[in-house]
Structure formats: structure tokens, C-alpha cells
Design a protein around this ligand. Structure first.
Ligand SMILES: Cc1ncc(COP(=O)(O)O)c(C=O)c1O
Length: 415
């Protein structure tokens, strides 16, 4: 009798995470055949030679013998105190250690927070482009992702009126990613105030993904959303993966700010869901206090002469030289999101181009449509490789764009 395939949940039907999807699998096959692929698809500092700062690593090594039991479901008390201190020192007065939840990366907590919040059919406003886990986790938890546009023409910033027009009686929450992945936008204070006002008017929960809060270029300032939100319910996400280059430790957290009566039920739901998975990875949590209270190590990378600064410069220089590309200079995070200029490559398709680039030039990028946008002329690369590699990559991209443009013209001619 033929074996019937095992069915999977229909909830997965619309769920996508192409950063590690089909193209990445194709790259793995090419590597198995002996090809060397330049993988620029993941913001994974450790894979590009960045190291977790020694004082952060030492804190984990020293504490390993104390890491063998489950800890309290919200996380180690000292670590939660350190996170609450950071939030209060920024001006977020209502945060204390009881309102901090530590998990296995922000990834786990994005899912947990949406699971606690959403009823079937509830709508969540999410930026487009987004970090696609936000859309995926909304769908997996029965919600509807409603995308608010952040196009390149507006320096990848949202427009308050456009956001307001998307709000319905079913809207529950607004997600903000600031500094932004994939665009590198850093939201100005007035814009954030406008978003807070929308949340106030429509009684929405603010979900602020601030995992890149310390990665900023050219002296721009990061504005934590919770400080502006004051007594409104705001959940602020942070972690060790990016600013402290410790992706593999799997340590992230959120803190909950706002006035107590509105939050009681939500905090209880977070506590229940956190307890169901027992606790976050304990060894990694010892790194939190050291990371947040130890010396700053990120500015040396983002200031002129630092690796991230110079790689970003290499992207901007390469795009300035390109016949085909434009880019909004990233103000923060560790990515650039270039676009092919209108009409520069007839019939350009980001997915087809990414595959062509991989096959012909051994470079793996992420097509823009993977970030839930409906236009097809962008792609994302990470700023993590050395500047020389970035320059080499953009030479390969330019060659591939040239071939794509010539191919399109030729086929038009033949037709
Ligand atoms: C915007 C954003 N949020 C959350 C995450 C998840 O990070 P982690 O699970 O490593 O804390 C990432 C990872 O790239 C990200 O870019």
C-alpha cells in the first residue's frame, strides 16, 4: 500500500521565512558540490569573525556551574534587574524586574507575546518591509498581519495618516522595528510620538522590537519607544544577539511598561506562557548583567574606522558607482536594502535575480519580497563582511545586473 504523506497544520499555509528558505538550501547544495558561497543572508555576527566581548563571555564561563537547574520562568533575578535598570535609566519609569521576561532570543518572545495577545482574526499593524518573523508569528497565532508601508521614497519611514487608515475595530497592536531590519531606518522622535498617539487613541498595544538599539551610524540618536509611551501598554524587546554579538547564546528579553491596572491580565498571560516552556537557556542569562553594565563595545565598530562603519561605507560607495542601484543610507542595524532604479533593468524580479546571482556569482542575498513587500526591485544584504568583501560582492552584483538588463533588452528585441 502506498504510504500517505504526513499532513501538516494548515496554519502554516501562509507562513514564510525565506531568509533561510529555498535560496539558502540551494546555496547549501552548491557548497556540497565544492562551490564557495558568500552568504550575506543572515545577520549573524559570529559567522563573520565578530566575537562576543570577553567580559560577556567570561561571565557565562564563570557561571556555568551555577546553570544546571531550571530558573524561574521569567529569568534569573539579577539579569532581570539589569534589564529593568537599563530601561529605567533611559526614562521608562514603570519597568521593574517583575515586568521583565527573558527567553531564548527575541524570536521566542515575539511568538510568546503574540500568543498572549491575539484572538483569532485580530489585526496587527506590521511595517513593510518587516523582519518576517513578526508576520509569521502573527499568522501562527491566528492573527491577521496588516502591513503599513515604509517605502524607500520616504527614507523607509512610515506615514502616520497611512497607518491610521489601516486601523479597524479588530486592530490590537502596532509593531515597530527600530532601528529597522531590513532597511536600517532609525525613527525620529516626532514620528514615534505620532505612533504613540495612534496607540492612545485606538487603545492599541505597542510592540517595540529594539534589538538593534545600540547599532547606530553617523551620530544619530536612538529613541526608546517606552519612554514616549509613558502609561500606555508597551512591550520593548532587546537582546544579546546583535549589539553584543552573541546570537548563539540565544538570549533575548522584553520589558513591559505602562500603568498597572491595564497590564495585570497581560502580565499573568506572559507568566503562564513563560512557565509552560519552563525557562530560558540559563547559561546565557549570566551574560546579561555583564553586557548591560560592562563597557561599551559596539561604538568601536560603528564609529569611523570601525568594521560596521567601513562596510556600510563600502555599500554606499558601491551603490553610488552603480549604473542600476539606489539605497537609503542605513542609520542603524546591520543591513542595507538597495533597490534597482525604476526602468534601469526592464522586468527586474528580485527572486529571479537572487537565484541568478547565487548561481552565476556565488553570492547569497535575500530578495526584498521576503520581507513582505509587494514591489519586486529590492534586496537585503548584511553589513557584517569586511569592507573589501562588500566591494567585491557589489562588483559581482553589478555584473549580474548588467547581464539581467542585457538579457531583458535582448528578449524584448527578439519578441
Ligand atoms: C528585528 C529582529 N528582531 C528579532 C530578531 C531575533 O533575534 P534573536 O532571536 O537572536 O534574539 C532578529 C534577528 O535577526 C531581528 O532582526
Amino acid at each position: 500500500m502506498p504510504h500517505r504523506p504526513v499532513n501538516t497544520s494548515s496554519r502554516l499555509a501562509e507562513v514564510r521565512y525565506e531568509i533561510r528558505g529555498t535560496l539558502s538550501h540551494r546555496a547549501r547544495d552548491l557548497e556540497a558540490e565544492g562551490r564557495e558561497i558568500i552568504r550575506l543572508n543572515i545577520g549573524n555576527p559570529g559567522a563573520f569573525g565578530f566575537e562576543t566581548p570577553a567580559h560577556v563571555r567570561d561571565a557565562v564561563m564563570r557561571s556555568l556551574p551555577r546553570s544546571e537547574a531550571y530558573c524561574q520562568q521569567q529569568g534569573l533575578p539579577q539579569a532581570r534587574e539589569a534589564i529593568a535598570d537599563q530601561q529605567r535609566s533611559r526614562g521608562s519609569a514603570t519597568v521593574n524586574a517583575d515586568r521583565v521576561f527573558i527567553g531564548n532570543g527575541v524570536s521566542e518572545l515575539i511568538d510568546l507575546s503574540l500568543r498572549a495577545l491575539l484572538e483569532p482574526g485580530d489585526e496587527v499593524l506590521i511595517p513593510a518591509p518587516d523582519y518576517p518573523l513578526w508576520t509569521a508569528a502573527t499568522l501562527l497565532n491566528g492573527g491577521r498581519a496588516v502591513h503599513y508601508p515604509c517605502p524607500a521614497q520616504r527614507a523607509h519611514l512610515p506615514d502616520i495618516d497611512e497607518m491610521a487608515a489601516l486601523i479597524t475595530p479588530r486592530t490590537r497592536a502596532i509593531v515597530l522595528i527600530n532601528p529597522n531590519n531590513p532597511t536600517g531606518a532609525n525613527y525620529p522622535r516626532e514620528l514615534l510620538e505620532g505612533i504613540v498617539e495612534l496607540a492612545r487613541r485606538h487603545r492599541l498595544v505597542l510592540l517595540a522590537d529594539e534589538i538593534y538599539d545600540g547599532i547606530l551610524f553617523d551620530d544619530v540618536a536612538f529613541q526608546p519607544l517606552a519612554v514616549l509611551a509613558g502609561n500606555l501598554p508597551c512591550i520593548s524587546f532587546g537582546g544579546l544577539s546583535k549589539v553584543h554579538r552573541a546570537c548563539g547564546y540565544r538570549v533575548g528579553w522584553f520589558s513591559v511598561s505602562g500603568s498597572e491596572p491595564r497590564l495585570r491580565e497581560l502580565l499573568h498571560a506572559f507568566d503562564l506562557l513563560a512557565a509552560l516552556r519552563l525557562c530560558g537557556n540559563v547559561p546565557g542569562q549570566w551574560a546579561i548583567e555583564a553586557a548591560l553594565q560592562g563597557q561599551d563595545t559596539i561604538k568601536a565598530l560603528t564609529n569611523p574606522g570601525g568594521r560596521l562603519h567601513e562596510s556600510r561605507r563600502a555599500v554606499l560607495d558601491a551603490v553610488a558607482r552603480s549604473e542600476f542601484l539606489d539605497v537609503v543610507a542605513p542609520s542603524g542595524a546591520m543591513y542595507a536594502f538597495p533597490g534597482v532604479r525604476q526602468g534601469a533593468v526592464p522586468l527586474f524580479d528580485d527572486q529571479a535575480f537572487a537565484l541568478h546571482l547565487l548561481e552565476s556569482e556565488s553570492v547569497l542575498i535575500v530578495p526584498g519580497t521576503s520581507f513582505n513587500i509587494d514591489y519586486r526591485n529590492h534586496f537585503r544584504i548584511t553589513l557584517l563582511p569586511q569592507a573589501e568583501i562588500v566591494s567585491d560582492v557589489f562588483m559581482r552584483i553589478e555584473r549580474a545586473l548588467m547581464r539581467t538588463a542585457e538579457g531583458a533588452l535582448l528578449s524584448r528585441h527578439v519578441a
